[in-house]
Design a protein around this ligand. Structure first.
Ligand SMILES: NC(=O)c1ccc[n+]([C@@H]2O[C@H](COP(=O)([O-])OP(=O)(O)OC[C@H]3O[C@@H](n4cnc5c(N)ncnc54)[C@H](O)[C@@H]3O)[C@@H](O)[C@H]2O)c1
Length: 292
């Protein structure tokens, strides 16, 4: 198990929800954290991290804005001296359907794909050259959705877990009725996952994704008009449990899993499962330390 204390991380979209839990869990492990978000409350998050005894800096802005990305990444590097971990978490959902009119569709695209795909792409592009130059490996975790990999969609991404509540048959989720853009952006993350993992394995930089099912957050409560029933809330996963699973994955270190969509779906324990076999990449291509 690798110790995380003293490392330096960036967590995007960390004002509320999963992002704030990831930032807190990292700080509890002694990791210095740069947090960013559209919301002003991001500065309070940094204050609460400093109380935990680590260095923390905060930036308010939009992950789809390259100037903001540059400010966060350069600022974090200047403050901490290096960047070892990137958690690409910022995400947004908005209803979009196939017959939306063009004006709405363009706005939706900028916001939804802009945040969920372009934001992660830009942060990766800004951080990766720094990690390579540092020459000491690194960790990138992209936060995706279970719409893209739940229980065999696409096939074999989800391991056949004993704890799976859905039995033998795959549970085809493939997204909701008003989610074409949300899902397009999140599916696009597969391109970044596999492309980056292959390119960065020789540099000991791991790239993995968390594919989230329903987890209590501002976003999920918003789906329920901020008045979810107790029964609904009880069925959701907890962000702090998922953050613990992320710490467990980061502690695997450079020889741990790579290029994996790690699936978290409702109804089974929120914990890091064993790595699964690769289907979409040749294993040697993403084995850390080997050139592809
Ligand atoms: N909670 C779930 O059930 C669930 C399920 C599947 C996937 N996810 C994914 O998990 C991630 C976190 O979601 P959450 O549920 O915690 O959501 P949330 O809405 O509670 O938190 C998301 C945070 O991202 C910030 N943000 C949104 N757009 C941004 C932008 N353009 N630039 C900077 N910050 C921005 C928001 O202000 C917010 O603080 C997202 O990528 C989301 O798509 C969540």
């Amino acid at each position: 198990m690798v110790k995380l204390k003293g490392r330096n991380a960036i967590v995007t979209g960390a004002a509320v929800g999963l992002g704030s839990s990831y930032a807190k869990a990292l700080a509890q492990e002694g990791v210095n954290v740069a947090v960013c978000d559209l919301r002003e409350e991001i500065h309070e998050v940094a204050e609460s991290l400093r109380v935990l005894g680590v260095n923390a800096v905060s930036y308010q802005g939009d992950v789809s804005d390259p100037d903001h990305v540059r400010t966060v990444v350069d600022g974090a590097r200047e403050e901490f001296g290096s960047i070892d971990i990137l958690v690409n978490n910022a995400g947004v959902w908005g209803a979009s359907v196939a017959d939306d009119d063009l004006d709405k569709s363009i706005e939706d695209y900028e916001q939804i794909v802009g945040t969920n795909l372009k934001g992660e792409y830009l942060f990766g592009r800004a951080v990766i050259p720094i990690m390579i130059e540092q020459g000491k490996g690194g960790e990138i975790v992209n936060i995706a959705t279970d719409h893209m990999v739940t229980c065999g969609t696409p096939y074999f991404c989800c391991p056949n877990l004993e704890t799976c509540p859905w039995g033998d048959s795959p549970r085809p989720t493939g997204g909701g009725d008003a989610m074409d853009l949300y899902d397009a952006g999140k599916w696009g993350l597969n391109g970044l996952l596999y492309g980056w993992a292959k390119a960065l394995a020789p540099h000991s930089i791991r790239v993995n994704a968390f594919c989230m099912g329903a987890t209590d957050s501002h976003m999920l409560r918003g789906f329920h008009n901020f008045e979810p029933s107790d029964e609904e809330v009880a069925s959701w996963m907890r962000a702090e449990d998922n953050a613990r699973a992320m710490i467990d994955m980061l502690q695997e270190g450079p020889f741990g899993r790579n290029a994996q969509n790690v699936n978290f779906c409702m109804g089974r324990p929120v914990q890091l499962e064993a790595a699964h076999d690769h289907v979409y990449v040749v294993p040697e291509q993403v084995r850390v330390g080997e050139t592809s």
